[in-house]
Design a protein around this ligand. Sequence first.
Ligand SMILES: Cc1ncc(COP(=O)(O)O)c(C=O)c1O
Length: 399
Amino acid sequence: MIDDPFECTRAMFDLPNGVVYLDGNSLGAMPKSARDRVHRELDESWGRELIRAWNSAGWIDLPARVGDRIADLIGASKGSVVAGDSTSINLFKALTAALELAAPRKVILSDSGNFPTDLYVAEGVCRLLGSGHELRIVDPEAVESTLDRHVAVLMLTEVDYRTGRKHDMRLLTEKAKATGAVTIWDLAHSAGAFPVDLAGCDVDFAVGCGYKYLNGGPGAPGFIYVRPDIQARVSPALSGWMGHAAPFAFEPSYRPGLAVDRLRVGTPPVLSMAALDAALDVFTGVDMLALRERSIALGEDFIRRIEAERPELKLSSPRDPAKRGSQVSFRFAEGYAAMQALIARGVIGDFRAPDVMRFGFAPLYIGFAEVETAARTLVEVVRDNLWDRPEYHARNKVT
Ligand SMILES: Cc1ncc(COP(=O)(O)O)c(C=O)c1O
């Protein structure tokens, strides 16, 4: 067995006994630091300081501070990321800004593996602008060959939420640049999962979630990145007071704030932001290359164990680990029921219609023993048809 450099990080999480948690790609586990911090913000800051805490506890600067910490994990410089709002809202901000920069071009290029919210937001932006913008959706493999000088914005999610397929960010960004397109990358399944090099790849805009691999808690704020040298040319469509150059001057008209700060919109959700801030403590001292190596080893071990025993489970993730994010997906016709049977046995993954069982490997708190338990349980559930009970077929709202 490989030496376990992640035992320390595992101890920083509060996970229930007897549970194997393979859904960190959807909602990260709870770091103890996040729980303690929220208690402190409630009892000491809100409870005692009341409104003074905006200054005394530094609440007002949290979006920038947390943004800088996320920047460290995604290859961005300080001052280029701001935390806040959901990924959907940050996409809206990025897309409206990117289309303005790319005028008069009107085509948004994306792929059919993108997460629905990304595509829905793009549809809404085209409708709202009402000047002939068009969303073009192609197969993930066809993105590179479809890029031409008509494309205004290349908008992609790096890791496919269903299959875990990972785009080549460097190559596609380079190609987009060569054709004059502005790039937006959604890092929902990348940030905190493996090394990302936004600056090195010369990406223009990026957005991502705080509640997946960053472990910020349910509904944690997301983030937005803007390449430093284009920040001054971004004129935010969501021109809220917190993105104003002087929010507390209460001027009658909008003047954009400095740098990425202009992409703040309204009052930040302090408790969620504080939880995310504290959750990021877990990454202190973590070597992201080692994390990636470990995530690949865990995924490979899981695939090997499942394929050796249950050929009816079809791998829907790329077989080449370099082309996968930190999740492994198997297709199985009764995947929903099988996932419920697994969850009833303490192995938590999730399901995406029509037939995808997803298993996320977050090395900060998942090790080889958990992979072995999960694989053994999944093999039993499928081999012995343990999923075939009425209660496992009843669909929950959240799958
Ligand atoms: C790629 C991607 N983008 C965005 C989102 C969600 O965005 P929001 O936080 O606005 O719900 C998800 C959620 O799973 C996602 O996988």
